[in-house]
Ligand binder design. Structure first.
Ligand code: FE
Ligand code: MN
Length: 331
């Protein structure tokens, strides 16, 4: 019962389940439920309006990350609904895709909430993916890579098309959500560690926890397609994927230097570049591809950042006891 190109799949019959892992991701996503309004922005607003708390560098970094993420979340959501959902007809995989789509809506909402509470100019923020070259280059790279799948006549029949579909999944799950999000995550969480913009920082922690599931699901989807279509996973294709990851690393490093040219208190700007290389190696490993950089993690605190404490006030007011999913491993 293959996950793509299966004429026998009835997308309306979820039972019996063929891919229990897909259902596990759905449950893990539900366990991570959150909405941005549950995080107070009071202190962030005070800090943003004050002249003495944030440096010019820090303000630039915040704007660049809001600019990048505000539109990247929509690009990702569109890819799920308009491309992935179309071709992955398996019902339990689709159940997760619906959940992921909802989470992308929550993330989109987070940036609306940030713009509103901080009183930012939406025209400035939402145009940064066109006006800031280091942001535009990242988005263009993913869009270009996934263009053929958006062609209304595209099907996943035949090896070449399966490879194109895999490139779409690699473009969005591995490169966009798995590499292009991570310099921004590290910057915003580094700022939070210095007690600056802690509300946005916490929202980024929740987004990062969601994204780590998206990325893990995407890698399992890629691996399943590979297992069921082994002929497409050629040496040439593997080399191509490694090249894409290397190019993505360059773009992400350029973005990191542009967003944070002088580094942050105690963090040299180069450390963000090192972190991107470390993250890229983890993604390659996850796809059973050889590591390229062999970089040590310059920010070990990033691996703990998704262990969000559940005793936070807003959870106490709820009947449902939320829990973090322990059954799955991700980074
Ligand atoms: Fe997202
Ligand atoms: Mn996502």
């Amino acid at each position: 019962m293959p996950i793509i190109n299966n004429s026998k799949t009835d997308p309306n019959k979820i039972l019996p389940i063929t891919y229990p892992w897909a259902r596990e991701y759905y449950r893990a996503g539900v366990n991570n439920n959150w909405v941005p309004e549950e995080v107070s922005m009071q202190k962030d607003v005070e800090q943003w309006k004050s002249d003495s708390v944030l440096s010019k560098t820090e303000r630039r970094l915040i704007l660049w990350n809001l600019g990048f993420f505000s539109t990247a979340e929509s690009l990702t959501a569109n890819n799920i609904v308009l491309a992935v959902y179309n071709h992955v007809t398996n019902p339990e995989a689709r159940q997760y895709l619906l959940r992921q789509g909802f989470e992308e809506a929550i993330h989109t909402d987070t940036f609306i909430y940030c713009c509103d509470t901080l009183g930012l100019d939406p025209d400035e923020i939402y145009n940064m993916y066109l006006t800031i070259p280091s942001i535009k280059e990242k988005d263009d790279f993913v869009v270009e890579l996934t263009k053929s799948v958006f062609d209304p006549t595209f099907t996943t029949e035949g090896s070449e098309n399966v490879q194109k579909f895999l490139c779409d999944l690699i473009g969005y799950y591995v490169i966009m959500e798995g590499i292009f999000f991570y310099a921004g995550f590290a910057m915003m969480l580094a700022l939070k560690r210095q007690n600056k913009m802690v509300g946005i920082g916490e929202q980024f922690e929740y987004i990062m926890r969601d994204e780590s599931l998206h990325l893990a699901f995407g890698c399992d989807l890629i691996k399943t397609i590979r297992k069921e279509n082994p002929e497409v996973w050629t040496q040439t294709f593997c080399d191509h994927v490694v090249d894409l990851v290397k190019k993505a690393v360059e773009l992400e490093q350029r973005y990191a230097r542009d967003a944070c040219p002088e580094g942050l208190l105690g963090i040299n700007a180069d450390r963000f570049s090192d972190y991107v290389e470390y993250v890229a190696d983890r993604r390659l490993e996850r796809l059973d591809l050889p590591k390229v950089y062999n970089r040590e993690n310059p920010f070990p605190w990033m691996s703990q950042a998704t262990d969000l404490a559940k005793e936070k006030n807003f959870f106490e007011t709820r009947v449902t006891e939320y829990q973090s999913a322990a059954a799955l491993t991700w980074d």
